[in-house]
Design a protein around this ligand. Structure first.
Ligand code: AVI
Length: 332
């Protein structure tokens, strides 16, 4: 954890002053992950590196695509059930968000919850944290926001003022699907330690569904998801002195039935050699770089995973089309 930061955000805030140290570490992490990922077979680069400034813009665009149902359906579920969620959670909870997420969803939840002593968003990306916190403080007058620059999968402690209150965790967008089952279980167990006994946890989880819906969601007609995937190579060019020719790679998205997940790849369209950070990497035609897994769960599969991490499933909501689920978990 980078330590807690109290907010009245703008210029020169603790968020921006701390961010350069965090950014330097992040850039080392990116270089190491890319060089290791291009060396191993099969080649892979972790999906957390999608989200530079351009990647975050492209992801925002994805969330507005007709084919990409998760954001739309999750928001509708929150709108439809926020009263019931608030009643089940009770008032006076501190809201802890894992990832700075979509401010619109957070805002919906905050309005429904009523009295929230503090909102604590946790994210490694200082700039996203700052933007989201600024927007939310404009929407929710007087809300105390305590952003935490940290890796939310491993955060060990909350700011002292959060310790005396009950806590509600929020992890939206099915980002949990981007973790392996083992990583998801360990994230949930860590969140249980962080939020503590008596807490609740609200998560958005994408459901298993026909491939005819999943494939277009990850390979849309306008090619926005393709640009999002290819931007990873653009980011390597910009930040790691790479010379990837983006027109010589193609985006691919496939459903892996056995693993229950969508997988994204960048496929080499020719035999080619690419240089990154002074090293050469040879690709044969058709050779792939695995860039993302997006696991899908039935309601029961996710409940079982939550139980193994110490949580008790309280309620789950799904839409009529059975596209997406919201889970409320409790910790006794
Ligand atoms: C952020 N995450 C939950 C998205 C997903 O659906 O796995 C990322 C994404 N990848 C392609 N489209 C969206």
């Amino acid at each position: 954890m980078e330590s807690d930061i109290s907010l009245r955000l703008p210029e020169g805030s603790a968020v921006s002053s701390r961010s350069s140290r965090v950014e330097a570490r992040a850039s080392d992490d990116f270089a190491q992950a890319v060089l290791a990922g291009l060396t191993r077979r099969p080649r892979s680069i972790p999906c957390r590196f999608f989200y530079d400034a351009r990647g975050s813009e492209l992801f925002e665009e994805i969330t507005r695509l007709p084919e990409y149902y998760p954001t739309r359906v999750e928001t509708a579920l929150l709108e439809a059930h926020r009263g019931e969620i608030a009643a089940l959670v009770g008032s006076g909870c501190i809201l802890v968000e894992f990832g700075s997420g979509s401010s619109r969803k957070t805002s919906l939840l905050l309005s429904a919850l009523g009295e929230v002593p503090a909102y604590i968003p946790i994210d490694i990306a200082a700039e996203s944290l700052r933007e989201a916190a600024e927007w939310l403080s404009g929407q929710h007058d007087g809300l105390t926001i305590l952003p935490l620059i940290a890796d939310f999968t491993t955060t060990r402690a909350l700011p002292p003022m959060a310790q005396s209150k009950r806590r509600l965790g929020f992890f939206s967008g099915s980002t949990i699907g981007n973790l392996s089952h083992a990583e998801a279980a360990s994230f949930l167990a860590n969140a249980a330690r962080l939020l503590g006994p008596g807490s609740a946890f609200l998560l958005g989880v994408d459901l298993k569904k026909p491939v005819s819906i999943l494939i277009p969601a990850y390979n849309d007609g306008r090619g926005v998801t393709a640009s999002f995937n290819l931007n990873l190579l653009g980011r390597i060019n910009r930040e790691l002195q790479g010379n990837f020719d983006l027109s010589r790679f193609a985006h691919d998205a496939v459903w892996n039935e056995e693993a229950g997940r969508m997988e994204m790849y960048l496929v080499s369209l020719t035999d080619q050699t690419v240089r990154v950070a002074g090293r050469s990497f040879a690709f044969t035609t058709g050779e792939r770089i695995h860039t993302e897994n997006s696991h899908k769960y039935t309601v029961e599969e996710f409940r079982a995973l939550a139980r193994t991490s110490g949580w008790t499933p309280a309620k789950a909501w799904t839409d009529e089309g059975q596209l997406f689920s919201l889970h409320l978990l409790r910790l006794s």
